[in-house]
Design a protein around this ligand. Structure first.
Ligand SMILES: NC(=O)C1=CN([C@@H]2O[C@H](COP(=O)(O)OP(=O)(O)OC[C@H]3O[C@@H](n4cnc5c(N)ncnc54)[C@H](O)[C@@H]3O)[C@@H](O)[C@H]2O)[C@@H](O)CC1
Ligand SMILES: [K+]
Length: 500
């Protein structure tokens, strides 16, 4: 896991590394600037391009000065530095880098309080005005400068963070923030990069290692963690010799109506492909032919509109309920029956969540360790409207704890909140996967993982990762604009095999 830190924790990690590596703060700044420049020179290879480096007078600005010097040493000859001297204060490392830069033949232009905005014809703007030291929204000179730079619509590469963007906490809709095409950020992605509100300001980000003390970072026990491939590899177990279908559990999927059988098919098919030993789908009679022809491996329990099917719940290793189920009284009765009688962790998605939202008392009956998989709207229906994703994160953490469940909040970077208060961010998946039915496949995968005796935490973390990874492996190398849920399901065995 990669722990994600808040701005104060980043400052602590900087200070700890300086004191214990030990390394002087100016050398750490140099290391960070070198890490930025190594990435930059590999991706912007035209050394004739004109580059304007905008620097504040804090350490982000100090990085900017060092970066200008290092780029110059890499033969980028058309560099201009613009220093925003909007306050009398500057950091020692800024001053030291300013003195170093003055020894080179780089043009330095100082912007003072109230100056008109500088003429700007550079191809690339490097933004080192403000970084993680931001402690209030931009106003005055900084706000005007950032608005001006945004109006130029240049290619902007931000150092660590786009100016005006908070590492963590609520991003106000009205805030002035520099729009960056690329952010080269230090050590680890910032928590707010992973929330949808970052989209208008950050096209893409890259984290470069600057050697902060990893033991110390882990010791901070951040509740925000990014799942890495190695974590999923550690979870997945190979299928053993002499194992048989009984080894891998029996999943029951209660889903589908006549008009929404697709959801039941995709969910149960994904459950089969993700390795459940047996998969049974409880579907309406009208969907039986579709089920039998779509996925021969899935068994059926038929339900009709007027009576609960004869379900022997205890024989199933796990149960998923909701995809395409509808929100009729019969659907509610089925959900109530599962909540009353089953007792082991289940997976609830889609209409199952809508039923919970309409009958919130049922939330308290969820078996401990159950997994719910809401998207944004389902989440807000369950737990109330949220003004922004930061608030949603806090609610997910709170509710997962209160209810003793796992909340898989679907998003570009899907977030799993655990009863212990951890928020796991997943980075796999891509926009080609944004099609209806993709969530049904995710539910099928997580259900299959539970059936195979992975813990609910493992099932959520690995299920979400594998779902996104299969989509990445299909879409990215083949440059596919769209991948379909059924394709993702069928590709899962290949993705899983590579993880062992
Ligand atoms: N501390 C360290 O050891 C390292 C810091 N690094 C760089 O240092 C940055 C953080 O530097 P600083 O803590 O000096 O802070 P910044 O350079 O981000 O900001 C400078 C100062 O501006 C002021 N400020 C905050 N919000 C403002 C606003 N809205 N309007 C006007 N002024 C505002 C604050 O007093 C702040 O300290 C990181 O983003 C990173 O780029 C890197 O060099 C790596 C090592
Ligand atoms: K910046």
């Amino acid at each position: 896991m990669l722990p994600l830190l808040t701005a104060p924790q980043i400052r602590e990690a900087d200070a700890y590394t300086i004191a214990h590596e030990p390394i002087s703060s100016i050398d750490l700044m140099e290391r960070a600037s070198k890490a930025f420049v190594s990435w930059f020179v590999n991706h912007y290879q035209d050394k004739q391009e004109t580059i304007s480096v905008y620097c504040g007078t804090g350490n982000n600005g100090g990085d900017g000065l060092a970066i200008a010097r290092l780029l110059f040493e890499h033969d980028y000859i058309n560099i201009e530095v613009k220093v925003a001297r909007y306050s009398d204060k500057s950091t020692t490392d800024f001053d030291a880098n300013f003195a170093r830069l003055k020894e080179l033949s780089i043009s330095i232009h100082e912007l003072d309080d109230g100056d008109t905005q500088p003429a700007e014809d550079a191809d690339i703007i490097i933004d080192a005005l403000l970084g993680s030291g931001l402690n209030k929204p931009l106003e005055g000179n900084f706000k005007s400068l950032v608005e001006y730079l945004n109006s130029l619509q240049k290619n902007v590469v931000a150092v660590d963070l786009p100016t005006g963007f908070y590492t963590d906490g609520e991003l106000e809709e009205t805030a002035t923030i520099l729009k960056a095409d690329l952010v080269i950020t230090f050590q680890q992605p910032k928590i707010n990069f992973l929330l949808p509100e970052s989209a208008p300001y950050i096209d893409c980000w890259e984290a470069v290692n600057i050697g902060l003390d990893e033991g110390f970072i882990r010791s901070l026990q951040s509740p925000y963690q990014m799942v890495e491939e190695k974590d999923v590899r550690a979870i997945l177990k190979p299928r053993a010799k002499f194992s048989h279908k009984g080894t891998y559990g029996h999943a029951l999927i209660i889903a589908g109506q006549a008009k929404t059988m697709g959801a039941a098919l995709l969910c149960s098919s994904a459950c089969v492909y993700a390795g459940a030993g047996l998969t049974t789908a409880c579907v309406p009679e009208s969907g039986l032919t579709a089920l039998n022809s779509y996925q021969a491996e899935v068994m059926a329990i038929v339900r009709n509109d007027y009576a609960l099917p004869d379900l022997e719940l205890s024989k199933f290793t796990t149960i998923a309920i909701g995809p395409g189920l509808g929100t009729s009284d019969d659907a509610l009765a089925l959900l109530q029956r599962v909540l009353n009688d089953y007792g082991k962790p289940i997976v609830i998605d889609a209409d199952g969540l809508n039923l919970l939202a309409a009958n919130p008392k049922l939330l308290e009956q969820l078996p401990a360790g159950s997994i719910i998989t809401p998207h944004l709207k389902e989440f807000d229906r369950l737990f109330g409207e949220h003004k922004n994703w930061w608030k949603r994160l806090q609610t997910a953490q709170l509710k997962a704890g209160e209810l003793g469940i796992y909340i898989v909040l679907k998003n570009s970077y899907t977030i799993t909140a655990t009863p212990q208060g951890t928020l796991y961010f997943n980075y796999t998946s891509n926009a080609a996967m944004a099609t209806g039915g993709m969530g049904d496949v995710l539910t099928g995968i997580i259900t299959a993982m539970l059936a195979q005796n992975y813990t609910p935490e493992q099932a959520s973390i690995a299920g979400v990762y594998l779902h996104g990874k299969a989509g990445d492996e299909l879409a990215l190398p083949n440059r596919l604009n769209v991948v379909l849920p059924g394709q993702v399901a069928a590709y899962l065995p290949a993705t899983m095999a590579k993880m062992l």
